[in-house]
Design a protein around this ligand. Structure first.
Ligand code: ZN
Ligand code: ZN
Length: 434
């Protein structure tokens, strides 16, 4: 807008602040939608191939769901939840993850009657209040797979395979699975104690966060990235030496399955997850180029009980979609998607313009996507838009054509054009788009 010249005023008028998106929350602009459309296409196709059903849960959930499910002493619940009180006095949060919501829904609607085990997938935004940095937005999107109601290791294998199919369909290269077991109710307490014993007289060497973790969640000491803590870890006892017979057998079966399927994996005895509900198998997916996980998951046999249901062995995975896009860009993989070609409709003169909506409608009803720039007066300006949109074909409809009931079909690459009669327009366009 042109600035208006005004006389000097005594008081300067209040400045209107231009709004910006909330820190750590990004717009997904039309230019980036190719990526997102591809992710959704691949996601739905892989999910259906693996026989998962779509489930959608609300973005707002009761705060207690995550306090109980994810764990009071986890970083997510202690520091990263967007929580607020509603006008009615309920404490709610923007969901920080999807698994607890799926389990809540499962228990609320008795989804076990629908299928056992229940195989569902979800897709949508998650929210965590943390320092925005590469691969960590405050609003981010996940694609998740959950298998609820069966403890057989064959389902751990299925979840890992579903996630890998997703990456493979996107053409991501060198995806590796890091895998570990974090035991169960029987064997984990013993290991926890051994870990505490080891760290007890080394506590002053731990970083500040780990000093706290020592009390609340000693397993998390293992995945600290601080140099001092990494050094201490080298001689710490590892859980594999303390697993009970059942956990040991379970891990063995899962490893056999992934070996049978030729999966590139690496056992990682220090892999633990930042959520309390996991037990037994935990895993994360990596590519060599970045140091953050592209997806992660594991078994959560006790979550149902924690939320008031009966014991319901379950396993799941969540894939970070922003991180996947980043990884594809790093590996120079373009968004590959079969976009529908869009033809362009140009009309010049009042009579032609008036008739053009009807003609465009006819094309669209024949399943042909049509773009236009009818607000621009000249044919030249309209065809410039056609070029910009990379339309393969343009229809040119002027006074003469309107009068003769014809239209010009122009091949935008070669510039060749041909006049066709209007009642053959759809056919002629289809022929050229083949
Ligand atoms: Zn165990
Ligand atoms: Zn530390």
């Amino acid at each position: 807008m042109p600035k208006e010249k005004t006389k000097k005023q005594k008081k300067s008028p209040p400045k209107v602040q231009a709004f910006q998106s909330v820190k750590g929350m990004a717009d997904i602009l039309p230019k980036d939608q190719n990526w997102w459309r591809m992710l959704r296409q691949v996601g739905f196709s892989v999910s259906e191939l693996h026989d998962f059903y779509f489930i959608e849960t609300p973005i707002l959930e009761p705060a207690g769901l995550f306090e109980a499910g994810v764990g009071q002493s986890t970083d997510i619940v202690e520091k990263q939840m967007y929580s607020f009180k509603t006008k009615g006095g309920d404490l709610v949060v923007l969901r920080p993850e999807g698994t607890a919501s799926v389990m809540r829904s499962y228990l609320e609607h008795h989804l076990g009657y629908f299928a056992s085990p229940l195989k569902v997938f979800y897709y949508g935004p998650m929210f965590r209040y943390e320092k925005p940095q590469a691969g960590r937005e405050r609003q981010f999107h996940q694609w998740g797979f959950e298998i609820v109601g069966d403890g057989d290791p064959v389902y751990d294998g299925q979840i890992i395979l579903a996630a890998l199919s997703f990456y493979k369909a996107l053409k991501l290269k060198n995806v590796k699975v890091k895998i570990n077991s974090i035991g169960c109710r029987v064997c984990r307490p013993n290991y926890r104690q051994r870990l505490k014993d080891y760290y007890n007289n080394r506590r002053d060497k731990l970083c500040r966060d780990c000093k706290e973790r020592y009390e609340k969640n000693p397993l998390r000491l293992l995945d600290c990235k601080e140099a001092g803590c990494v050094e201490l870890r080298a001689k710490a006892p590892i859980i594999l030496d303390y697993l009970c017979q059942n956990c040991n057998n379970h891990l063995k079966s899962v490893l056999e399955l992934i070996e049978d399927n030729g999966i590139n994996y690496e056992p990682d005895p220090y892999l633990v997850r930042g959520l309390d509900y996991y037990n037994r198998t935990v895993f994360e997916f990596y590519i060599p180029e970045v140091d953050y996980a592209l997806g992660a998951g594991g078994r959560y046999d006790y979550l149902s009980e924690i939320l008031g249901g009966r014991l319901m062995p379950s396993v799941g995975v969540a894939l970070g979609l922003e991180r996947i896009i980043e990884a594809m860009k790093i590996q120079e993989i373009p968004p590959h998607l079969k976009a529908k070609p869009k033809i362009f409709f140009a009309a010049v003169g009042d009579k032609a313009k008036k008739a053009s909506l009807k003609l465009m409608q006819e094309l669209r009803e024949s399943n042909i996507a049509v773009a236009e720039a009818l607000g621009k007066k000249s044919l030249k300006a309209q065809l410039k838009s056609a070029d910009k949109q990379k339309a393969p074909l343009a229809m040119i409809f002027g006074q003469k054509e309107a009068f003769e009931s014809t239209v010009i079909v122009r091949d935008m690459r070669s510039g060749a054009q041909e006049t066709v009669v209007l009642n053959r327009m759809v056919e002629e366009v289809k022929k050229r788009l083949h």
